[in-house]
Design a protein around this ligand. Structure first.
Ligand code: URA
Length: 434
């Protein structure tokens, strides 16, 4: 078998068999297949698609390209959660302590941000001292001891996906249903949970720009889950505007702390409640979705969710004096409000562009080896449907570089489209598929 024949086959719109997919995934992971050959095959897949059989084989080949965890020691039902990515998506930081405080074991590996979407690991690392690089034994011990651990993906978890994801990012081949479905499900299969709740984001700040594609992606991931023996639920959420009010690492951690203290933005709350109530159900800790939501709200009100967050941070070496006093987080050098130059209602927000501005300021990576600037980012004061008066503060830019700040101010204004007519607030939860 050789890679050129495999590339030709896909280029000519033919179905690849399991042996060919395994040969490609193994060869590329070991470095025996070059980046340019892998790029050609990925582009052929992007253009010509994959059958369900091919998607399943690709998923399994990537899942078993490294270690596959066994989390059965943590209980009969271990639930994992994943988002297809969004702007200002700090859901994991808020949701996981809540459900852990309600008795659901949380063993969650998260990724770093790449491109315009952020990553939970970078956000956690903006807390001084917090260790995201644990051994698997430490990770499992943490969950046994305090019921929760959040860490970065170990190098050996689905290494094929890690390599292919960076490659896709560098050749504009991320937004593709077979490739996203296999990427996400390979990591979820390798991460060891047997129940999975997926947040599938839809809109201009998401990889899936419309609801039909989001449904197709969801159905594909659910069918992979079935074949792999993992019950999977997909929650479709609106990403036509950023989630919550902040974009950037420290800024999102601060928003998460405030949310766990009871001050949560409405859109964030809806997503947290929906995902959490299904996670509790799949974990076998509560069959009634509305009751589960009520218990989550009580858990926040009682302070238990916040206490669990503190316990998590302390247990992984983080300095909780920052959590208890958010003014200890150092501000960026420039914290500059941006004012509106018109009045009206916010009609559209270019979420993807806001993500790109935040990334440009230094909050994200263009290349995977780039360093992150934890302090920089954006505060969004106006969301879709909000009334805006002339000279209102539209948002605040946190920057450490004057040139970048100037460019960001102009571009930030362009992200908001106003109209004179009343605009309804958009729906946050767009569907649930299982
Ligand atoms: N998130 C992933 O983990 N993989 C993708 O391909 C896209 C989003």
């Amino acid at each position: 078998m050789n890679i050129l024949d495999i590339i030709c086959k896909k280029r000519d719109k033919k179905e690849l068999n399991k042996e060919e997919i395994d040969f490609f995934v193994k060869g590329y992971t070991k470095g025996e297949i070059t980046d340019y050959q892998a790029s050609a095959l990925i582009m052929a897949i992007y253009l010509n698609g994959m059958s369900n059989k091919e998607i399943t084989n690709l998923t399994l080949a990537m899942a078993y390209s490294g270690e596959v965890l066994d989390l059965s020691k943590l209980g009969e039902n271990v639930v994992d959660k994943h988002s297809t990515g969004g702007i200002g998506d700090k859901i994991t930081l808020i949701l996981m302590p809540i459900i852990s405080a309600l008795g659901v074991p949380v063993a969650k590996m998260s990724g770093r941000g790449l491109g315009f979407t952020g990553g939970t690991v970078d956000k956690l690392e903006s807390i001084p001292g917090y260790n995201t690089q644990l051994s698997i034994d430490e990770f499992i011990e943490n969950v046994k001891k305090i019921g929760i651990s959040l860490m970065g993906q170990t190098l050996n978890l689905a290494p094929a996906d890690k390599k292919l994801y960076s490659l896709r990012d560098s050749i504009s081949c991320v937004e593709n249903i077979p490739l996203i479905a296999s990427s996400i499900m390979s990591k979820k299969i390798a991460a060891g949970a047997n129940k999975i709740v997926l947040e599938v984001t839809v809109g201009n700040g998401a990889f899936m720009k419309n609801i039909n594609d989001a449904r197709k992606l969801s159905e594909t991931m659910i069918s992979i889950g079935k074949l792999a023996g993992k019950e999977t639920v997909c929650i479709l959420t609106n990403m036509d505007e950023p989630l919550g009010y902040s974009i950037g690492n420290t800024l999102e951690v601060i928003e998460a702390i405030e949310a766990l203290q009871g001050d949560m933005e409405d859109d964030v709350k809806e997503v947290v409640m929906e995902l959490g109530s299904y996670m509790i159900k799949l974990a076998g800790c509560g069959d009634n979705i509305e009751d589960n939501k009520q218990r989550m709200l009580e858990c926040i009100d009682s302070g238990n969710a916040y206490m669990k967050f503190l316990e998590l941070i302390q247990n992984q070496g983080g300095d909780i004096t920052y959590i208890n006093d958010i003014s200890k987080f150092e501000n960026a050098k420039y914290v500059v409000p941006v004012h509106t130059e018109n009045s009206g209602f916010v009609k559209n927000i270019d979420a993807e562009k806001l993500g790109k501005i935040s990334c440009y300021l230094g909050a994200g990576r263009v290349k995977k080896e780039d360093d992150i600037d934890y302090q920089v980012g954006l505060i969004i004061n106006k969301k879709i449907g909000d009334k805006v008066e002339n000279n209102d503060v539209l948002g605040i830019i946190h920057a450490n570089d004057e040139e970048k700040l100037k460019k960001a101010i102009d571009e930030f204004k362009e992200c908001f489209q106003l109209t004179e007519d009343y605009v309804e607030k958009p729906k946050v939860i767009l569907g649930i598929i299982f």
